[in-house]
Design a protein around this ligand. Structure first.
Ligand code: ADP
Length: 207
């Protein structure tokens, strides 16, 4: 089974690419989606979040993501500390959940599975994949897209970009790069091209 990593900085367009790959029939697990699922359904994780962040972050058995985001995203030292705590609690569970899914797919004879993670390189996961696809766009375009999408301020977006590995470094580690500086139609064509090439690439012995 080929296991493909998909990554890219905030606003690069990786969620859009994931949507396009799914439409092409790819099985793609998103680390963000898995984190949300586990935060809403895993009682052990919920108990740990409650202990770390206090009762405000859980309501009616679900994690209040807006409250949590306000706590962990921002320039302050406390926010950085809280983000590290959140990552320490959530990341290992997301990785384990994906490993279980990969094992299941492998046993079922699935040919290709992809996992999207914004922090794939930051967490040092690249060796677990046959190939890694990086989605990238110019910083200014990324800032504008995120501001439009989320209403976050420029300072906020730039702070989050600074927390991530630089695009130059990511490009050095990726096997394929999808440039997303153009229209959605261009992104669709680039995604289709990369999907075809990856499907033709040999499976590597990465396990
Ligand atoms: P990421 O998941 O990397 O943060 P998204 O895929 O959510 O990025 O893209 C950020 C925003 O930019 C979304 O609102 C998305 O619809 C928009 N977007 C992405 N690519 C393009 C493009 N080529 N043209 C116009 N808008 C785009």
């Amino acid at each position: 089974m080929k296991v493909i990593g998909i990554t890219g900085g905030i606003g690069s367009g990786k969620s859009t690419v994931v949507g396009m790959l799914r439409a092409l029939g790819w099985i793609v697990y998103s680390s963000d989606e898995t984190a949300k699922l586990l935060m809403d359904t895993d009682p052990t994780l919920q108990a740990e979040l409650l202990e770390a962040f206090g009762p405000d972050v859980i309501r009616d058995g679900r994690v209040e993501r807006a409250v949590l985001a306000a706590r962990v995203f921002g320039p302050g030292e406390q926010q950085k500390h809280d983000l590290a705590t959140l990552n320490r609690l959530v990341h290992p569970r997301v990785i384990q959940h994906h490993l279980d899914l990969l094992e299941q797919h492998d046993a079922e004879g699935t040919e290709l599975v992809a996992i999207e993670s914004a922090l794939l390189f930051e967490v040092g996961l690249e060796d677990g994949f046959d190939y890694v696809i990086l989605v990238d766009a110019d910083p200014e375009i990324r800032i504008q897209r995120v501001m439009e999408r989320s209403g976050l301020t420029r300072e906020h977006v730039e702070a989050r970009m600074r927390e991530q590995m630089s695009p130059e470094e990511k490009r050095g580690l990726a096997d394929f790069v999808i440039e997303n500086n153009g229209t959605l139609e261009q992104l669709q064509r680039a995604t289709e091209a990369i999907a075809s090439i990856v499907a033709l690439m040999p499976e590597l012995d990465v396990s």
